[in-house]
Design a binder for this molecule. Structure first.
Ligand code: MD6
Ligand code: FE
Length: 218
């Protein structure tokens, strides 16, 4: 049997759009079309640049385990947050962005009204039970006209989506395997985070949630 690179195992569900606010929406089940290829590509990225717990500038070890692929990778250490072309753990460039990653990200962005999104950075996050991400803005990128595309795989999570100010009330948005959140335009700098992951088991991913966050960083 020959399988195309972008073939899927399961019959993909027809995606639907859930608007959040101007510039932000959830594309429900949008990543299901490529789920098999995505999971295989994630596995390959982990082999080349393993997951690690980075340290914040304040000295706290992040509960999310992270790695990157693409031209640039997001890193944090005692010196601060930044994008770097070199993985500090391996001393080599981050693994190239798998074709299925760039394709999914630009298709999702286009669906959300952001044409020609060409990410140069993909942050890969792994959450296990108890892992959380506190409210923050993504503002280490150069060009805020470019959106953020965030893909959820594996265990469900509750995504927090707030406003321009950290104190703005944040909505709680349940995210399931295959859901994609896109935020840009007037929502580009809105605060967001993830509530502590609940224990569980996912048929493809086991006991974790994988999140792919695509950016045009450079
Ligand atoms: C998520 N991650 O994991 C969303 N932002 O669902 C992020 O928003 C994020 O993991 C900036 C830096 C690291 C991150
Ligand atoms: Fe973020």
């Amino acid at each position: 049997m020959t399988a195309d690179l972008f073939d899927t195992v399961a019959e993909p569900t027809t995606p639907w759009v859930e608007p959040l606010e101007p510039g932000a929406m959830v594309l429900r089940q949008f990543a299901r079309r490529y789920e098999a290829a995505l999971m295989e590509a994630v596995r390959q990225v982990f082999e080349e640049s393993p997951l690690r717990h980075m340290v914040t500038p304040g000295g706290f070890r992040m509960s999310v385990a992270m790695t990157n692929c693409g031209e640039l990778g997001w890193v944090t250490d005692r010196k601060g947050y930044r994008y770097d072309a070199i993985d500090p753990e391996t001393g080599r460039r981050w693994p190239p962005m798998p074709a299925v990653f760039s394709r999914l990200a630009s298709e999702a962005a286009a669906q959300a009204g952001f044409d020609r999104f060409a990410p140069d950075a993909c942050l890969v996050n792994r959450y296990v039970a108890g892992t959380r991400l506190s409210l923050h803005q993504d503002r280490d990128e150069r060009d805020y006209t470019q959106p953020i595309v965030s893909v959820s795989l594996g265990l469900p999570a509750v995504f927090l989506f707030g406003g321009a100010k950290r104190t703005d009330k944040a909505r709680r948005i349940p995210l399931a395997h295959g859901d994609v959140v896109v935020w840009g335009g007037p929502a580009r700098l809105h605060h967001h985070g993830v509530l502590p992951l609940k224990e569980g088991s996912h048929p493809f991913m086991g006991d974790c949630r994988i999140n792919l966050t695509f950016r045009k960083a450079g």
